[in-house]
Design a protein around this ligand. Structure first.
Ligand code: PLP
Length: 373
């Protein structure tokens, strides 16, 4: 199914303003990032140096957890979180049927079973009452996805599962988001973040696991570095991977973390411009009372999605599908019926979105889109 459908992870490279193309994403990076990277280059130490810790400390502060462990991608973060929980043969992990496929892949690559649960096609979030129905004695965890940056209904999800079943956040797109008073990334036993260029803070590729649990953080650190435990001589008590994030990439992220609040405020402003123009004509994204949206993406819903996608692209506007109905992918077929995920997959449209967008650009996108409403 992925074949022939462009991926949902456009690289977000620089785009032109005015009547030129409008890119799907445009990272907000500049002189501060260049200066930080120059420092790394001049130091001659491109990886396993001091910038990793600086980045991790800034991230832990931003999220409000005791630990943040930087890794090479959001996918790596999910994989390591599942390995750290010891997910294996016969274990079930509950995953939304509508999410980026890495959420489910992380479980199955550990030989666990991703038990798909349907979503609300308007909010794109997993339905807690269906999570409750999916719990079995083999359920080892729930992967709670704050899709596109919208916080999941955390308390409802907590009450849907037995207390000994941990909730792990897929907060790939939720840095900056808040559920009530708590930052996404600090809600679950662990949280997995991504720094892909469509995310609010980007290191090109990158990710992290945040947690308050020292043992889990230590386990993730070992697993990202071949399984090497500290001490002399170094030993490998159990095998690991190389999922490290290089210093040169951590340096790119540090100035962005320092201005996270202004990055989010800029995205909120652009989301507001879209809302003014589109909320009365298409399904526009929202957030529950008391929460803060992380605005990883601006994803609307409409019946003529495919026509709109083609039409926008023909005008140089790089729109994209929302994300995947995992349940419709070959690897996950025949796992039940998921009308919410199917509907979301058919109707969701991600519009160009970045804190650096101008109101003129938003106007252009909105004017093009209303033809298909
Ligand atoms: C919900 C979700 N989970 C996981 C990932 C994977 O992150 P990465 O691309 O950094 O591997 C993404 C990426 O877009 C995502 O949206």
């Amino acid at each position: 199914m992925i074949t022939g459908v462009p991926g949902t992870s456009g690289d977000g490279g620089a785009g032109a303003a005015g009547a030129g193309p409008i890119r799907l994403a445009r990272p907000d990076v500049g002189a501060d990032e260049l200066a930080a990277i120059s420092e790394v280059l001049e130091s001659g130490q491109l990886t396993m140096g001091p910038w990793v810790e600086t980045f991790e400390e800034a991230l832990a502060r931003a999220v409000g957890t005791a630990h943040a462990v930087a890794v090479s991608s959001g996918t790596a973060a999910l994989h390591l979180a599942m390995l750290a929980l010891g997910i294996g043969e016969g274990d079930e992990v509950i995953v939304p049927a509508y999410t980026f496929p890495a959420t489910a892949n992380a479980v199955e690559l550990c030989r666990g079973r991703a038990v798909l649960v349907d979503v609300d096609p308007e909010t794109f979030l997993v339905r807690p009452e269906l999570v409750a129905e999916a719990v079995t004695p083999r359920t080892r965890a729930v992967l709670a996805v704050h899709l596109f940056g919208r916080p999941v209904e955390w308390e409802e999800l907590q009450t849907a599962v037995p207390q000994d079943v941990p909730l792990v956040e897929d907060a790939a797109g939720a840095l900056g988001a808040r559920y009530r008073e708590t930052a996404c990334g600090a809600l679950g036993l662990m949280a997995c973040l991504s720094f892909h260029p469509r995310k609010i803070v980007t290191t090109g590729e990158g990710g992290a696991v945040t947690t308050d649990e020292s043992e889990l953080a230590a386990s993730i650190r070992r697993l990202r570095h071949h399984g090497i435990a500290g001490g002399t001589p170094a030993d490998i008590p159990s095998p690991g991977l190389n999922y490290r994030l290089a210093d040169v990439l951590c340096a790119l992220g540090v100035p962005q973390l320092e201005r996270l609040e202004s990055l989010l405020a800029a995205r909120e402003r652009v989301a507001g411009w879209y809302e003014e123009r589109l909320a009365h004509i298409v399904g526009a994204p929202g957030v529950s009372e008391g929460d803060r949206h992380g605005w990883q993406a601006y994803v609307v819903t409409l019946d003529r999605r495919d026509e709109a996608l083609a039409g926008l692209r023909a005008e140089g506007i790089e729109a994209q599908i929302g994300t995947y109905a995992v349940s419709a992918l070959t690897a996950y077929r025949h796992r039940g019926s998921f009308p919410g995920a199917d509907r979301a997959y058919a109707r969701a449209l991600a519009l160009p979105f970045a804190g650096t967008m101008t109101e003129d650009e938003v106007d252009r996108v909105a004017t093009a889109l209303v033809r298909y409403a």
